[in-house]
Ligand binder design. Structure first.
Ligand SMILES: C[S@@+](CC[C@H](N)C(=O)[O-])C[C@H]1O[C@@H](n2cnc3c(N)ncnc32)[C@H](O)[C@@H]1O
Length: 258
């Protein structure tokens, strides 16, 4: 395995429940890739770090084929369990050593991947190799699915943001590809939606270490963050068990290698 990579074996049983799009949103998110990549029913697409197929499965009917690669066999098995007649092939492998020939794909997709691997530059070199001339890499991410205030309290107490941050920091999501010599094609494609979050559940999910950025934290660090959150919630949120509506957005940008 790539040194420092974060395989999601441990998250397989709760990944879709905690990271999935709210009902109805996935089709809109999928259309962003179709538009950004000018995908057609003939397109041969690769998704690196495909996970449980959150993007690949709903995208499959719109393209010729999708190959989904992931380091985690349990995540791929979950994708297979969910797959009906969608044309999604799965391959266990490392995004920094793609087991494909050069020029094999018309388009590639990466969502919530580059922040997880210190060797993300190797992954980019591999994506460049397997894309056909004129092919695009589409980078996608969700921009907000937590209450910003709780997020800030957590970051202040732990020094950690969202994501494991072993690779590209979330703040550099819009610039790292340009700085790595890729050229943006077209404009950003965005879909706005709302998610429901319960402040108390947010704390419980952190306590249960459901998020990858907590996996490498010591118990002490985790407890410091949780205590700070509990204090904030007690003082500022009248009913921490009441659902809150959080405005979120899903973003896709397309790039070509130089
Ligand atoms: C946050 S999940 C994102 C999954 C999917 N892209 C989505 O948006 O739902 C990150 C995925 O990256 C995979 N991963 C981590 N390092 C990897 C690597 N070096 N090569 C391939 N997959 C990797 C993990 O196993 C996990 O399934």
């Amino acid at each position: 395995m790539t040194q420092g990579s974060v395989a999601f074996d441990r998250a397989v049983d709760y990944y879709d429940q905690t990271r999935g799009f709210p009902p109805g949103v996935e089709q809109h998110a999928t259309q962003l890739f179709v538009k950004a990549g000018a995908l057609t029913p003939d397109s041969q697409v690769l998704e690196v770090a495909v996970g449980t197929g959150r993007i690949a499965l709903p995208l499959a009917p719109h393209v010729g084929s999708i190959t989904g690669l992931d380091l985690s066999l349990p995540m791929l098995n979950k994708l297979i369990e969910k797959r009906k007649d969608e044309r999604v092939q799965v391959v266990q492998g490392d995004g920094t050593h793609l087991p494909f020939k050069a020029n094999a794909f018309d388009a590639a997709i990466a969502v919530h991947f580059f922040h997880l691997i210190p060797t993300w530059r190797d992954a980019l070199a591999e994506l460049r190799r397997v894309l056909r001339p004129g092919g695009v890499l589409m980078h996608g991410w969700t921009s907000r699915d937590m209450d910003e205030r709780l997020d800030r309290v957590w970051q202040g107490a732990t020094g950690r943001g969202r994501g494991a941050e072993r690779g590209v920091p979330f703040e550099q999501r819009e610039t790292f590809l340009l700085e790595s010599g890729w050229t943006e094609v077209g404009t950003e494609h965005v879909y706005l939606f709302t998610v429901e979050r319960i402040p108390q559940s947010y704390v419980e999910n952190l306590r249960a270490r459901l998020w990858s950025h907590t996996w490498s934290m010591s118990d002490e660090q985790l407890n410091e963050g949780i205590q700070a959150l509990e204090t904030y919630i007690r003082e500022n949120i009248a009913d921490p068990t009441a659902p809150m509506q959080i405005q979120s957005s899903f973003h896709v940008r397309a790039y070509q290698p130089n």
